[in-house]
Design a protein around this ligand. Structure first.
Ligand code: SF4
Length: 177
Protein backbone atom coordinates (compact mmCIF):
# COMPACT_ATOMS: atom_id res chain seq x y z
CA UNK A 1 0.00 0.00 0.00
CA UNK A 2 1.37 3.44 -0.89
CA UNK A 3 1.95 5.92 1.86
CA UNK A 4 -0.56 8.65 2.65
CA UNK A 5 0.58 12.00 1.27
CA UNK A 6 0.14 14.52 4.09
CA UNK A 7 0.61 18.28 3.96
CA UNK A 8 0.23 20.97 6.59
CA UNK A 9 -0.30 24.66 5.96
CA UNK A 10 0.22 27.68 8.20
CA UNK A 11 -2.09 30.62 7.55
CA UNK A 12 -2.90 33.29 10.18
CA UNK A 13 -2.05 31.34 13.32
CA UNK A 14 0.62 31.43 16.00
CA UNK A 15 2.22 28.06 15.06
CA UNK A 16 0.85 26.56 18.28
CA UNK A 17 -1.18 24.00 16.34
CA UNK A 18 1.93 22.84 14.51
CA UNK A 19 3.73 22.67 17.84
CA UNK A 20 0.95 20.43 19.11
CA UNK A 21 1.44 18.17 16.10
CA UNK A 22 5.11 17.92 17.04
CA UNK A 23 4.03 17.13 20.60
CA UNK A 24 2.93 13.72 19.37
CA UNK A 25 6.63 13.05 20.02
CA UNK A 26 7.79 9.51 19.27
CA UNK A 27 4.38 8.67 17.79
CA UNK A 28 5.47 10.77 14.81
CA UNK A 29 7.67 7.83 13.91
CA UNK A 30 4.60 5.58 13.79
CA UNK A 31 2.89 8.06 11.51
CA UNK A 32 6.00 8.54 9.39
CA UNK A 33 6.06 4.83 8.64
CA UNK A 34 2.72 5.21 6.90
CA UNK A 35 2.71 8.71 5.48
CA UNK A 36 4.97 11.14 3.71
CA UNK A 37 4.92 14.80 4.69
CA UNK A 38 5.04 16.32 1.22
CA UNK A 39 4.58 19.99 2.21
CA UNK A 40 4.69 21.77 5.57
CA UNK A 41 6.45 24.53 7.51
CA UNK A 42 8.21 21.56 9.11
CA UNK A 43 9.85 20.44 5.85
CA UNK A 44 11.69 22.25 3.07
CA UNK A 45 9.35 21.84 0.08
CA UNK A 46 8.76 25.19 -1.63
CA UNK A 47 5.68 24.49 -3.78
CA UNK A 48 2.45 22.86 -2.70
CA UNK A 49 2.37 19.62 -4.71
CA UNK A 50 -0.43 18.05 -6.75
CA UNK A 51 -2.61 15.27 -5.35
CA UNK A 52 -2.10 15.55 -1.64
CA UNK A 53 -4.25 13.04 0.28
CA UNK A 54 -4.75 15.04 3.48
CA UNK A 55 -3.94 18.63 4.39
CA UNK A 56 -4.12 19.99 7.95
CA UNK A 57 -4.47 23.78 7.98
CA UNK A 58 -3.66 26.03 10.92
CA UNK A 59 -4.89 29.59 11.13
CA UNK A 60 -7.62 31.86 9.86
CA UNK A 61 -7.81 33.50 6.44
CA UNK A 62 -6.72 37.08 6.98
CA UNK A 63 -5.13 38.25 3.73
CA UNK A 64 -5.60 37.94 -0.01
CA UNK A 65 -2.53 35.70 -0.01
CA UNK A 66 -4.05 33.41 2.64
CA UNK A 67 -7.18 33.04 0.52
CA UNK A 68 -5.23 32.31 -2.67
CA UNK A 69 -3.11 29.69 -0.91
CA UNK A 70 -6.17 28.08 0.66
CA UNK A 71 -7.98 27.84 -2.67
CA UNK A 72 -4.94 26.28 -4.38
CA UNK A 73 -4.48 23.81 -1.54
CA UNK A 74 -8.17 22.89 -1.64
CA UNK A 75 -7.91 22.12 -5.36
CA UNK A 76 -4.89 19.90 -4.88
CA UNK A 77 -6.00 18.02 -1.76
CA UNK A 78 -8.35 15.12 -1.23
CA UNK A 79 -9.32 15.85 2.34
CA UNK A 80 -8.97 19.17 4.13
CA UNK A 81 -8.77 19.42 7.91
CA UNK A 82 -9.30 22.69 9.79
CA UNK A 83 -6.73 22.27 12.55
CA UNK A 84 -7.37 24.37 15.64
CA UNK A 85 -9.75 27.13 16.64
CA UNK A 86 -8.30 29.83 14.35
CA UNK A 87 -9.03 27.64 11.33
CA UNK A 88 -12.37 26.46 12.75
CA UNK A 89 -13.85 29.75 14.05
CA UNK A 90 -11.41 32.59 13.36
CA UNK A 91 -10.47 32.70 17.06
CA UNK A 92 -7.56 35.06 17.87
CA UNK A 93 -7.08 36.62 14.40
CA UNK A 94 -10.82 37.38 14.32
CA UNK A 95 -10.53 39.58 17.41
CA UNK A 96 -9.79 42.45 15.05
CA UNK A 97 -13.05 42.01 13.17
CA UNK A 98 -15.24 44.38 15.23
CA UNK A 99 -12.70 47.15 14.62
CA UNK A 100 -12.08 46.57 10.90
CA UNK A 101 -8.72 46.21 9.17
CA UNK A 102 -8.02 49.90 8.51
CA UNK A 103 -8.90 51.03 12.03
CA UNK A 104 -6.87 48.19 13.50
CA UNK A 105 -3.80 49.18 11.47
CA UNK A 106 -4.22 52.82 12.49
CA UNK A 107 -4.57 51.89 16.16
CA UNK A 108 -1.48 49.67 16.16
CA UNK A 109 0.89 51.57 13.87
CA UNK A 110 -0.17 55.23 14.13
CA UNK A 111 -1.99 55.83 17.40
CA UNK A 112 0.16 53.65 19.67
CA UNK A 113 3.27 55.28 21.11
CA UNK A 114 5.88 54.26 18.52
CA UNK A 115 9.02 56.03 17.29
CA UNK A 116 8.15 56.44 13.61
CA UNK A 117 4.38 55.97 13.16
CA UNK A 118 3.62 54.47 9.74
CA UNK A 119 1.48 51.66 8.41
CA UNK A 120 3.70 49.00 6.81
CA UNK A 121 2.46 48.08 3.33
CA UNK A 122 5.57 47.38 1.25
CA UNK A 123 5.77 43.73 0.09
CA UNK A 124 2.99 42.72 2.48
CA UNK A 125 -0.13 40.81 1.44
CA UNK A 126 -3.26 42.94 1.52
CA UNK A 127 -5.43 42.35 4.59
CA UNK A 128 -9.00 41.21 4.17
CA UNK A 129 -11.52 43.35 6.02
CA UNK A 130 -12.20 40.44 8.35
CA UNK A 131 -10.23 37.38 9.49
CA UNK A 132 -12.47 34.38 8.78
CA UNK A 133 -12.42 30.60 9.26
CA UNK A 134 -11.58 28.27 6.40
CA UNK A 135 -15.12 27.07 5.70
CA UNK A 136 -16.15 30.58 4.69
CA UNK A 137 -14.00 30.10 1.56
CA UNK A 138 -13.76 26.38 0.73
CA UNK A 139 -15.36 23.07 1.75
CA UNK A 140 -13.81 21.66 4.92
CA UNK A 141 -14.01 17.91 5.55
CA UNK A 142 -13.02 17.70 9.21
CA UNK A 143 -12.89 20.24 12.03
CA UNK A 144 -10.49 19.65 14.91
CA UNK A 145 -11.11 22.38 17.50
CA UNK A 146 -8.85 23.42 20.34
CA UNK A 147 -6.34 26.16 20.96
CA UNK A 148 -4.29 24.25 20.19
CA UNK A 149 -5.90 20.85 19.64
CA UNK A 150 -4.36 18.27 21.96
CA UNK A 151 -1.55 16.23 20.44
CA UNK A 152 -3.53 13.10 21.30
CA UNK A 153 -6.47 14.37 19.26
CA UNK A 154 -4.32 15.17 16.23
CA UNK A 155 -2.61 11.80 16.44
CA UNK A 156 -5.94 9.98 16.77
CA UNK A 157 -7.33 11.78 13.72
CA UNK A 158 -4.32 11.01 11.53
CA UNK A 159 -4.09 7.43 12.76
CA UNK A 160 -7.79 6.92 11.97
CA UNK A 161 -7.32 8.32 8.47
CA UNK A 162 -4.36 6.06 7.87
CA UNK A 163 -6.30 3.08 9.14
CA UNK A 164 -9.30 4.05 7.04
CA UNK A 165 -11.53 4.09 10.09
CA UNK A 166 -12.58 7.73 10.12
CA UNK A 167 -16.35 7.49 9.67
CA UNK A 168 -17.66 8.80 6.42
CA UNK A 169 -14.42 10.29 5.19
CA UNK A 170 -12.99 9.39 1.83
CA UNK A 171 -9.60 10.73 0.85
CA UNK A 172 -10.38 11.30 -2.81
CA UNK A 173 -13.65 13.19 -2.67
CA UNK A 174 -12.61 16.79 -2.98
CA UNK A 175 -9.92 17.10 -5.63
CA UNK A 176 -10.66 20.20 -7.67
CA UNK A 177 -13.28 21.55 -5.21
S1 SF4 B 1 -5.80 27.77 17.46
FE1 SF4 B 1 -4.59 28.62 19.16
S2 SF4 B 1 -2.64 27.50 19.04
FE2 SF4 B 1 -3.66 27.24 17.02
S3 SF4 B 1 -2.89 28.93 15.75
FE3 SF4 B 1 -4.77 29.65 16.73
S4 SF4 B 1 -4.07 30.74 18.59
FE4 SF4 B 1 -2.37 29.44 17.89
Amino acid sequence: MSKLRLATLWLDGCSGCHMSLLDTDERLLELAAQMDIVYSPLVDTKQFPERVDVVCIEGAVSTEEDEARLRLVRQRSGLLIAMGDCAVTGNVPAMRNPLGAEAMLRAVYRESPVLAPQIPIEDLPRLHGHALPLHRFVPVDLFIPGCPPAADTLFAALAALIAGTADGLRLDTRFGA
